[in-house]
Design a protein around this ligand. Sequence first.
Ligand SMILES: [Ca+2]
Length: 565
Amino acid sequence: MRGILRHCTSGLAALVAVAALPNALAQSGNDWAEYGADGANTRYSSLNQINTGNVKKLKAAWVHSLGTNDSQESSPIVVGGTMYVTSSTGPRFVFALDAKTGAKKWTYQPELPQDYMSTVCCGLDNRGVAVANGKVFYGRLDAKMDALDANTGKRLWSVTVADYRKGYAISSPPLIVKDMVVTGMAGGEYGVRGFVAAYKQSTGEQVWKTYTIPGPGEPGNETWKGDSWKTGAASTWGVGSYDAKRNTIYWATSNAGPWGAQTRGPDSMDYGQYTNLWSASQLAFDADTGKINWGYQYTPHDAWDYDGINEAVLTDLKIGGQTVPALLHADRNGFFYVLNRDTGKVVAADPFVTVNWATHVDLNTGRPVETANNEKRPQLNKWARNVCPNLIGGKNWQPMSFSPQTGLVYLPAFNMCMDIANREEEYTPGKFYLASEFNLGMPGATGSHLAEFIAWDPVAKKKAWVIEEEKMWAGGAMSTAGGLVFYGNIDGMLKALNAKTGKLLWEFRVGTGITQSPVTYSVDGKQYIAVVAGRLKGPPSFFGTIGQKMIEASPEGGILMVFAL
Ligand SMILES: [Ca+2]
C-alpha cells in the first residue's frame, strides 16, 4: 500500500495523499498540474469528495468568458489555487484566475502576426499551457513558444520554434521534463518535416531537437522515395508523455505527407521498404539527449491521413500473470494498442470501432494486415470506397482517461467511413499539400449514431460499456477516485457517469459544444470540476449534411464553467 507520494512535477513540491492507488504513474492530487493530470496522461484524479453518491447535487460555481469564439480546446492547469487557461485563436488570451472564485489575477495577450491564420489547418485552437518553477509556458499558432511569470503574467522569453510561413504551428501545450520544456509542432498538411524540441525553462535556450523523419545517412531515410522525406510531415501536434523513472519521453507522429502515397513509395499495400518512418508512429525519446530509443509504426505507408498523434497513456497492466510496463494508445486507424513501453513491442492491437482497411494487426511483425488487393487503400486516381474508419479516425485528439480504480480506459470514438483517392499535386511552401480527394460525409457501418463514448478494458481487449452519441465529435474524458467519469458532447451537455457501469448520474447544459476533457482540483478542502466549452468551428465544413447538424447543435462560443457541490 502506498501512503503518500511526493509530487514534484510542477516544481512546487506538494504533498499529495493517494489512498491505496495501485499505480504510481497516476499522480494528480489537489492540483491539476499537467495537461493530462500527470506525466502519464491518465486524466485520472485521486479526488473523491464528488462521487457517485453526491454528484447529482453538483451546481455551477462560477463562469469565465474566454473572449473568443473559435473551437475552444484549452485544458486548464491548476497549481496552488490558481487556474491558467487560454482562449482559441493564437491563443488570443492567457488568463490566470483564482481557482476558487474565478476572480482575474492577470491576463496576457500575445501579439501574433496578421497572416498566421492562412497556414493553420483545421481550426484556430490552443490546448492550454504548462506550468513549472513559477513560469507559464505555451505554444502559439505562429510556431513560437513563450514563457510568462506565473505570478504577474509578465513575459520572460519567447523563442521561434519554426517558421509559420512554411506551415508550421503549435497548438498543444509543451511537456514539462525536469528543467526543460519540450514541444511538438503542427503542419502535417503543409509538407513540413516533423520534430520534437526541448528548451531550458530558465532562458528558452534550445537543449535538443530531434527530427521524426531521418535525414540522409540516418537509419530509416531509405524508407522514403527520393527526396520525399523533406516534405514527409510526421508532425507532433499532440501532447507528449513522460516516465521519470525511465527518463523517457513518449510522443506520437502525424500522417505522412502528403496524404497521396504515390509521392513517397509504390502507392500500394506491397510497400516493401517504403514504410515512411517515422510517420504515423509512436516514438520513445531519451529525455536528456532527444535520441530516439525506439519507434513503432501504427500505419506504414499511410494513405488515409491516419494521423497517429493521439496521446500515450502510461500505466502498468497485469496481463497473463505478468506485469507489463504498458503504453496505451487509441489510434485514428481504429485499433487500440497496448505497447511495451520499454521495448516498443506491440502487446495487443484490437479494433475499438468498425475497421475495414486492415483485417488485423500481426502481433509477430507488428504490421497491420491490409485488406486484399488494395481494395481499401486509395491510389493515384483510384477511389477506395467506404473505408472505415474515416480520416477523422476511430478517435481524434480529444483525450482519453485511464482509471486505476476500474482498470478501464474511457475514450470518445467516431462511427464514420469515407471515400478517398490520391491526386497529383505539386509542393508549394506554406500551402496545403494533400495530393488527395475525399468524401467524409458518410455515416459509419454500425447504427445511426456517429460517435461513441467507450469504456475499454485494455486487459480483456474489449468494450466494457458504450454510450452512443447521435452527432459527431464527442468530447474528451476525465475519471476520478469518486468512481466517476466525465465527458461532454457537441450539444453542450456535460455528463457524469458511473465509471464502472456507464450509468448517467448527472448532466448540465453549458450552452455550446464541448470537445476538451474536464479537469478537477481542490482548493481549501473543496473539490471543483472545470470544463472549457466552445463548439468546434473548422471541422464541420468537411462533413456535408453531417457537418451541418454539428453546426446546428450549438452556437460557437467561449466559456469556462466551474462546478462544485
Ligand atoms: Ca493530419
